[in-house]
Design a binder for this molecule. Structure first.
Ligand SMILES: *Cc1c(COP(=O)(O)O)cnc(C)c1O
Length: 426
């Protein structure tokens, strides 16, 4: 199946007489004829549903669709993108371990890693994705267990050289985890370029309508845990909580995602609700139609902003003037995403005035949905970061993040134009 067909059809194939539309299985529990049958499920001797914290048919269908879109062997839905990022790392790290991550990641992920996971004894070293291989290599330690970065960073729109990152990660014997939220698998499939695990905040383009919070972890099935068995003992030695099952031996290429579900989701429980998975699936059914429109509109808006006298600077990887144009073309020939960042002349005051004067574009804490919206990260999503952390993340104090929707591009540009005309009027 091609990507478009997968968006519409993958994950759910009804049998004779079953509902054509993916049903919402709104049930916490599932019935069995005997306790022995259910016991076998608990011991992972048989597969089947018994409790929605571990698995639910609606969620599984949607997870399988996303796994198909990314080209992975399996996936797990989570209640938010934050939960997906946490699980993706915590599945292979414990107290005393270390992770190398890009400093340019989403503010929420940066806090999760640098503050909360630090309290769990997991330490992170942050590097800049544009640094050369030698510099990044030096960040690795004997106890490093993973490398984490965003394919297109939120909000600075730094395009990652995925092959470079995969090379560095593999040379150091660890998997590369990529947050692919902004491009979505329609524009980029990181597993094809050497990444091992992909995560998403499905809250963004995948849902696309700003209805349902959610996340997903996708396992590429590519990383050879056994050849680094001492590093990843959680996968390669018996799990006492399942009578001594060894994930790599029992589940092969699906070892990582199976452990993530049956151990982490069992114990920590941040399931996506079946209702949210249903809404996410509706979004996925049109993802292949929406993404090209987001890019068409964002490209037109970016060209307009580039020529405007009130605009101080702009970064959109689809513009030839962008530092990331060549990388974007290599990895995402069909375009990156609908998000643009730019600064207006007159600094913070003018930026606030610009945003307050917008009529069609709403000021909201959101990005990447059908409606055009705008945000000032330094005073909202990234406000916990210090000035130097902001600079490391590529977020200048005047940066405006504009998420271009799928309305008519002439209406969007007209709205931006009138607000820009007012931003320096005293
Ligand atoms: C929004 C976002 C997250 C966090 O996702 P939530 O669904 O809000 O928890 C993680 N990564 C990126 C790139 C994001 O844009």
């Amino acid at each position: 199946m091609k990507l478009s067909t997968k968006c519409v059809q993958a994950g759910y194939t009804p049998k004779n007489g079953e509902p054509r539309v993916l049903p919402i299985i709104q049930s916490t529990t599932f019935k069995y004829e005997s306790s022995e049958q259910m016991g076998n499920l608990f011991d992972l001797k048989e597969s089947g549903y018994f409790y929605t914290r571990l698995a639910n048919p609606t969620c599984d269908a949607v997870a399988n669709k996303i796994a198909a879109l990314e080209g992975g062997v399996g996936a797990m839905l989570t209640s938010s993108g934050q939960a997906a990022s946490f699980y993706s790392v915590f599945n292979i790290c414990s107290a005393g371990d270390h992770v190398v991550a890009a400093a340019t990641i989403y503010g929420g992920t940066f806090n999760l890693f640098s503050v909360t996971m630090k309290k769990l004894g997991i330490e992170f070293t942050f590097i800049h994705p544009d640094d050369d291989e030698d510099t990044i290599n030096k960040a690795f330690r004997p106890n490093t267990k993973a490398m984490f970065a965003e394919s297109v960073s939120n909000p600075a729109l730094i395009v990652l050289d995925i092959e470079k990152f995969a090379r560095i990660a593999h040379k150091n014997g660890v998997p590369l985890i990529i947050d692919n939220t902004f491009p979505t698998p329609i524009n980029l499939r990181p597993l094809e370029f050497g990444a091992d695990i992909v995560v998403h905040s499905t809250t963004k383009y995948m849902d696309g309508h700003a209805c349902a919070l959610g996340g997903v972890v996708v396992d590429g099935g590519t990383f050879d845990w056994e050849s680094h068995a001492d590093k990843f003992s959680g996968l390669t030695t018996p799990d006492d909580s399942y009578h001594g099952i060894t994930y790599t031996k029992t589940f092969g290429r699906s070892a990582y995602i199976t452990k993530c579900v049956v151990q982490l989701m069992r114990d920590l429980g941040s399931m996506q609700s079946p209702q949210n998975a249903f809404l996410l699936n509706l979004g996925l059914e049109t993802l292949h139609l929406r993404m090209p429109r987001h890019i068409e509109n964002a490209t037109a808006v970016a060209k307009f902003l580039e020529g405007n006298k009130n605009v101080a600077w702009i970064n959109y990887p689809g513009l030839p003037s962008s530092k990331y144009y060549a990388l974007a073309n290599k990895y995402m020939p069909n375009g990156t995403c609908g998000v643009i960042c730019f600064g207006v002349k007159g600094g913070r005051e003018a930026a606030t005035k610009f945003m307050d004067n917008l009529k069609l574009a709403a000021v909201v804490t959101h990005v990447a949905d059908a409606r055009t919206c705008v945000l000032h990260p330094a005073s909202t999503t990234h406000r916990q970061l210090s000035d130097s952390q902001l600079i490391d993340a590529g977020v200048s104090p005047d940066l405006i993040r504009l998420s271009v929707g799928i309305e008519d591009k002439e209406d969007i540009i007209a709205d931006i134009e009138q607000a820009l005309n007012l931003c320096n009027v005293k």
